[in-house]
Design a protein around this ligand. Structure first.
Ligand code: NAP
Length: 232
């Protein structure tokens, strides 16, 4: 059992909810967060009634909401060990870069890149103080520059940028005890992935939890799927 503290963004459904289930079952003090308190409470009812599952509202695009979660976590636990940047939006299969609605693209980047970045900025100082941190950015193969296809422009560009953020943070934080990595969960049956996806949430979450549990000498500034490194 571990008493490490983990926070998962966008955890009221889909892969995020399953990450909470897996981390809590491994003994982590796990904070399920959601932008809607009502949806968060419904999600909590789907989980075992464990003492080590906690709840906080969190909208990652709202700086005040991020500040509030930071203040409350530091007051309650004194630290955060694991940050899972899971919240993501807008797999925009209906548009292409050549005809994209830029307001929609901006909104996607605001969540998928800036929201995750804001969360990292909030918690890196306390992780540095503690000499320990695991930041897992839930990205997508759609954001890999290597072999990138056309289509899904807002989503693909936002996840490519998230991968760039992983590299920047991972390299800047070398030798601080903080490891920062990106992960692709594969194509997962959720509201975003749809019912035809070939993976369950259990399978999708597994590789994310694996990165949350990296040992001291684990990799940083890398991109993974199923525990294996893939190209950015
Ligand atoms: P999902 O079922 O659509 O769930 C997305 C979650 O993000 C929801 O809980 C949603 O909350 C939350 N969210 C959205 N905007 C937010 C914000 N501003 N603040 C806080 N939470 C916010 O998606 P999923 O399939 O579980 O995907 C999870 C992650 O995996 C995403 O980053 C996605 O890009 C990535 N991914 C998924 C697949 C796949 O096949 N499913 C493949 C590759 C990568 P609400 O309920 O309030 O909307």
């Amino acid at each position: 059992m571990s008493n490490k503290i983990a926070l998962v963004t966008g955890a009221n459904r889909g892969i995020g909810l399953e990450i909470v289930r897996q981390l809590a079952s491994k003994g982590y003090e796990t904070i399920l967060t959601s932008r809607s308190q009502e949806k968060g409470e419904q999600a909590l009812m789907q989980l075992p009634d464990d003492q080590n599952i906690h709840y906080h509202t969190l909208d990652i695009v709202d700086p005040k909401s991020v500040e509030a979660v930071k203040t409350d976590i530091i007051r309650e636990f004194g630290r955060l060990d694991i940050l899972i940047n899971n919240a993501g939006i807008n797999y925009d299969t209906w548009q292409e870069a050549q005809n994209a609605d830029l307001d929609e693209v901006k909104e996607t980047i605001e969540t998928n890149l800036i929201g995750a970045w804001r969360m990292a900025l909030a918690f890196i100082p306390i992780m540095k103080e503690n000499g320990f941190g695991r930041i897992v950015n839930v990205s997508s193969g759609a954001g890999a520059l290597n072999g990138m296809a056309g289509g899904t422009p807002g989503y693909g560009v936002s996840k490519a940028a998230m991968n760039a953020l992983t590299i920047k943070l991972g390299k800047e934080l070398q030798n601080t005890g903080i490891l920062v990595n990106s992960v692709c969960p594969g194509w997962v049956r959720t509201d975003m992935g749809g019912s035809n996806a070939d993976r369950s949430v259990e399978e999708g979450a597994k590789g994310i939890v694996w990165l949350a549990e990296l040992p001291k000498d684990g990799p940083t500034a890398k991109f993974f799927r199923d525990g294996k490194e893939i190209d950015f």
